[in-house]
Design a binder for this molecule. Structure first.
Ligand code: RIB
Length: 294
C-alpha cells in the first residue's frame, strides 16, 4: 500500500453564519428566514477537510482569532485529523462569513477576514512545512504576499503548487510563475483569460456539468454525477481538496474523484459539514478499488 500524499493547505478559516430562506432578499428588502446554523468554514479549512477526508495527510497553515469562534474552528480540523501545529492564534476576531442559502440551494456570501487578514509572514517552521509537503494548496482569502512566499518556497523544494484563485483578484506574475495547477470556476477562467496560459495544468469547474482539464497531454471533460442539490456552499472547496488528495493518481482519475466529492457536497447544508469522505465518494463512483483513494 502506498503512503498517502502530504498536502499543506495554506488559507482561511471562518465561522459561517448560515441563514436559509425561500428566496434571497432584493436590495433594501427584508425576508424571513426558515433556519439558521453556525458551521465552520473558510475556503482553506474546507479544502483541508476535503483533502483529509479523501485520505491525504494534511497540515493546515492559517490563523484564528482570540474570540469565541476560535476553539470550535480549531477543533473541527483537529477532530478530522488535520495537523494544526501551524494554525496560529492572533488577537481579535476570527474570520466570519455571512451566508444566505435560498430554496434552489444557491447562495450569497460576505466574508469578513478577521484573523485571516492578519496572517502575513511565514516563519521558518511554516516554510519547512511547505517544503516537506507533496502538494501546497492555496486560495485567496489570506494576504497575497503570504501565498506568494509559500509558493516560492514550494517551487524551490519541488512541492507541487495547486492554486484556487478565489475570491478572484489581480495576482503578481511572480506567483503565477510558481503555480503548477490552477483550479478555477468558469467565471474566474473568463476573467483571468490569458494569465492561465502559462499554468501547466488548468482545471475549470462547471458545477453540475462537471469539470474541464487542460494539461501537457491535452484536454478532457469529466462529467459530474447527478445528485439532489440542497446547498452549493463549499462544493468548489470539496472538489479542490479532493483533487489535491487524488492528484498523484493522474489528472483524469483525480478529476473524476473531485467531481464526485463536489457533487456530494451539494447534497447537505453547510460547507465543512457537507464534505464527503473517501467511502462515500468511492460508493458514488461505483468503484470499490478507489474507496481509499490509493
Ligand atoms: O467556499 C465557501 C466558503 O467561502 C465558506 O465556507 C465561507 O467561509 C467562504 O470562505
Amino acid at each position: 500500500m502506498t503512503k498517502p500524499p502530504e498536502v499543506a493547505v495554506l488559507g482561511s478559516i471562518n465561522m459561517d453564519l448560515v441563514s436559509v430562506t425561500t428566496r434571497r432578499p432584493e436590495p433594501g428588502e427584508t425576508v424571513l428566514g426558515t433556519g439558521f446554523s453556525l458551521v465552520p468554514g473558510g475556503k482553506g479549512a474546507n479544502q483541508a477537510l476535503a483533502a483529509r477526508r479523501s485520505g491525504a495527510r494534511v497540515r493546515f497553515l492559517g490563523a484564528v482569532g482570540s474570540d469565541l469562534f476560535a476553539p470550535p474552528l480549531r477543533q473541527v480540523l483537529t477532530e478530522a485529523g488535520v495537523d494544526t501545529a501551524r494554525l496560529r492564534s492572533l488577537p481579535g476576531p476570527s474570520g466570519v462569513a455571512s451566508i444566505v442559502v435560498d430554496a434552489d440551494g444557491e447562495n450569497t456570501i460576505i466574508v469578513t477576514p478577521g484573523a485571516n487578514g492578519g496572517f502575513d509572514g511565514l516563519d521558518a517552521d511554516d516554510l519547512a512545512c511547505v517544503a516537506a509537503a507533496d502538494i501546497l494548496l492555496c486560495q485567496l482569502e489570506i494576504p497575497v504576499d503570504t501565498v506568494t512566499a509559500a509558493a516560492r518556497r514550494a517551487r524551490a523544494a519541488g512541492t507541487v503548487v495547486l492554486l484556487n484563485p478565489s475570491p478572484a483578484r489581480a495576482l503578481p506574475a511572480e506567483l503565477w510563475r510558481d503555480v503548477d495547477v490552477a483550479v478555477v470556476n468558469s467565471g474566474e477562467a473568463r476573467s483571468l483569460g490569458g494569465v492561465l496560459e502559462s499554468v501547466p495544468h488548468v482545471v475549470v469547474t462547471r458545477g453540475a456539468q462537471g469539470a474541464d482539464y487542460r494539461g501537457p497531454e491535452g484536454r478532457s471533460h469529466v462529467p459530474s454525477p447527478r445528485v439532489e442539490v440542497v446547498d452549493t456552499t463549499g462544493a468548489g472547496d470539496a472538489f479542490t481538496g479532493a483533487l489535491a488528495a487524488a492528484w498523484h493518481r493522474g489528472p483524469e482519475r483525480a478529476l473524476a474523484w473531485a467531481c464526485a466529492a463536489g457533487a456530494l457536497a451539494t447534497t447537505r447544508l453547510g460547507a465543512s459539514s457537507s464534505i464527503p469522505d473517501a467511502r462515500r465518494i468511492g460508493r458514488l463512483l461505483g468503484d470499490t478499488t478507489s474507496e481509499s483513494n490509493r
